[in-house]
Design a binder for this molecule. Structure first.
Ligand code: PHE
Length: 341
């Protein structure tokens, strides 16, 4: 009996030092203190001992039982209070004075920043932001916008053709048509999105770039509204000192059409390399929505009129941030991108 008590006690010490988790504490408890555990076995053997030996061993078994109980409770309490001990075992050690490992913080992409800013300025003026598909049909990209097949103006919207009648939109203007088909005036939307043109890539051309389209249709809308909205927009984007001018232009889907220039934000209008000594920078195309476009979406051009505009986001971002190569936006070089966060 004496032998057995000692054996169980030393076995327990060993088991205890190898414990790695709360659940292991529980299995040890069952092994020693369970209904069919080692201690219960001892009590059974005690009952079979001669009467004079019982008082000798009875108290020792009881004492051992209490000790095991205490030890197990102490250990599981420790795991509960310091869960980190569980995984690495009791020997886990760490230097709390070491500096923490920092994750790299991301930052907004310069194009996203400019896109958000442009949309934000129009939202302030009551415009809603809507989007449309990048894969379009000839109808939405051309026909409904008064650009008939074989018409030379299709050349200026050189296009990536896909399967059958599908293509990658070459501007965001098809979203004007899609929106007007589904909504009645008053309409006041801006449309950010990617567009595609098979241009050879160089410092100022990319086969994919972003545009923001705008469309406002209501009763009695005139060129004065167009000029007002776009001048306010330019001043908010580039600063109150900026001047704007509207130059006559041609777009098949607007009549009359105009391009808007802003006074050069680099030289202030004196003339420099960026504005090619002209003092002006072309920023966007615009015009009054062509009656044929309204007709295609069944809006009565005698009752309603509207204006539309479209601008290139990369170009504006390049001017705003002084970036001289459009490819930098798409190369994902962190040294470039980190400068804008
Ligand atoms: N869609 C024209 C372009 O991509 C821009 C534009 C939009 C012009 C709306 C006038 C009105 O060049």
């Amino acid at each position: 009996m004496d032998e057995k008590l000692k054996c169980i006690e030393s076995g327990f010490e060993q088991d205890l030092s190898g414990l790695k988790s709360i659940s292991e504490c529980e299995s040890i408890r069952i092994k020693y203190l369970g209904r069919k555990g080692l201690i219960a076995e001892l009590f059974q053997e005690l009952a079979a001992l001669p009467a004079e030996q019982k008082p000798l061993f009875g108290p020792r078994i009881n004492a051992l039982k209490n000790k095991l109980q205490q030890e197990i409770t102490r250990k599981s309490a420790m795991f509960e209070q310091q869960p980190e001990l569980q995984a690495g075992g009791l020997t886990a050690q760490f230097d709390i004075t070491l500096p923490a490992v920092r994750g790299q913080l991301g930052a907004g992409h310069p194009l996203s920043l400019v896109l958000d800013e442009i949309c934000g300025l129009f939202i302030e003026m009551g415009f809603c932001v809507v989007e449309g598909p990048e894969i379009e049909t000839e109808y939405y990209n051309f026909e409904a916008l008064n650009i008939p097949l074989e018409h030379p103006s299709r050349e200026s919207f050189d296009t990536f053709y896909l399967h059958k009648k599908y293509l990658l939109r070459s501007h965001t203007s098809p979203v004007q048509v899609r929106y007007m088909e589904k909504h009645e005036p008053p309409i006041q939307i801006v449309v950010p999105g990617k567009v595609y043109r098979p241009d050879a890539t160089d410092a100022s051309h990319s086969f994919m770039f972003n545009q923001v389209e705008g469309l406002l249709v209501d009763k009695n809308i005139t060129l004065a509204h167009l000029k007002g909205v776009l001048s306010v927009f330019a001043k908010k984007l580039f600063g109150p000192k900026i001047k704007t001018r509207f130059r006559p232009h041609f777009f098949p889907f607007t009549e009359p059409s105009a391009e808007m220039d802003v006074s050069c934000i680099i030289c202030g209008g004196k003339g420099c390399r960026v504005c090619k000594q002209s003092g002006w920078l072309e920023i966007l195309g615009s015009g009054m929505v062509h009656p044929k476009v309204l007709k295609a979406v069944k809006i009565d051009s005698k009752e309603y009129s509207g204006f539309a505009f479209g601008m290139g986001v990369e170009r504006i971002a390049m001017l705003k941030y002084g970036v001289d190569d459009i490819r930098l936006f798409f190369e994902n070089d962190l040294r470039f991108l980190k400068q804008f966060g």
